[in-house]
Design a protein around this ligand. Structure first.
Ligand SMILES: NC(=O)c1ccc[n+]([C@@H]2O[C@H](COP(=O)([O-])OP(=O)(O)OC[C@H]3O[C@@H](n4cnc5c(N)ncnc54)[C@H](OP(=O)(O)O)[C@@H]3O)[C@@H](O)[C@H]2O)c1
Length: 250
């Protein structure tokens, strides 16, 4: 593997946190594979990447079997990957009983099925390389079961549990697993939720972070041995309160 280039695969690279992961990973990597449905947005990203990094845009719907299969194929051909960032995601807002089930099932498929499938594809190559980094983008919502976000929070809770268990299983391989659990971030994420009644203005200004701050916190935590990473002190307190509420419910 002497000619191996340090490589990252980032899902949901066309916007928000995923685009920022590409920008910040460009200083650590020689090759970045960015996956999303909007190819035009991936093309725009190329001009925003610092340095000499080689960028491969992969236009794929990660809610489709075909899109996931092409991503796995790219991972094999352009990899092995040193960084796998499972970031693509979305949320709806509303009472579960009233929301269309298809969009909820898509959320489970994208956040859970796609993530575990890409991890399964990447891990053998990382083992061969003697290490690697898997960042599963979860949410602070995983700690705080909240009205209007039942399936969203549950999928993120899955990612936390999965990441903790996976890290334990991979001990000694050099592979590091992180579940990144941000609070509110200024991205395009809330557009669909706002259409469904979520009011961004009700969230105090001090609770919002930028993608730059969140990604920097994630990458700074690599090597620390910490699996659950909650950027922002205020968010850590909220996460702990949410966990306490779950303990109190026992
Ligand atoms: N923003 C927040 O407040 C917040 C808080 C906690 C956690 N998060 C998590 O952070 C992650 C990134 O969200 P964001 O805030 O950056 O939102 P965003 O700006 O809306 O970006 C979402 C990304 O996911 C991609 N995506 C969505 N569905 C996809 C699909 N079927 N196939 C491929 N790509 C898909 C989108 O690309 P295309 O539309 O081009 O496909 C886009 O690049 C998500 O997992 C989210 O749950 C966000």
């Amino acid at each position: 593997m002497s000619d191996h280039k340090i490589t990252a695969l980032v899902t949901g690279a066309s916007a928000g946190l995923g685009a920022e992961f590409c920008r910040q990973l460009a200083t650590r990597c020689e090759v970045i594979i960015g996956v999303a449905r909007r190819g035009d947005r991936l093309a725009e990203l190329v001009g925003q990447l610092p340095g000499e990094v080689e960028f491969h845009a992969l236009e794929a719907d990660l809610n489709s079997v075909e899109g996931v299969a092409r991503t796995m194929e790219t991972l094999r051909q352009k990899g092995p990957v040193d960084y796998l960032v499972n970031n693509a995601g979305f949320s709806t807002f509303g009472q579960f009983a009233e929301l269309p089930i298809d969009r909820q099932r898509d959320m489970v498929s994208l956040h859970i099925d796609t993530t575990i499938t890409l991890c399964k594809a990447a891990i053998p190559f990382m083992c061969e390389l003697g290490g690697g980094h898997i960042i599963n983008v979860s949410s602070m919502g995983a700690f705080v079961p909240g009205k209007g976000l039942a399936v969203y929070g549950a999928t993120k809770s899955f990612l936390n549990y999965y990441s903790l268990a996976l890290q334990a299983e991979l001990a000694g391989t050099g592979i590091e697993v992180q579940a990144l659990c941000p609070g509110y971030i200024h991205t395009e994420f809330h557009a669909e939720m706002q259409d469904q009644g979520f009011d961004k203005k009700r969230i105090p200004d001090e609770m919002w972070m930028t993608p730059g701050e969140v990604v920097a916190a994630s990458l700074a935590s690599l090597g620390s041995g910490r699996v659950l990473v909650v950027p922002g002190e205020g968010n850590q307190s909220v996460a702990k309160m949410g966990l306490q509420q779950q303990l109190d419910a026992l």
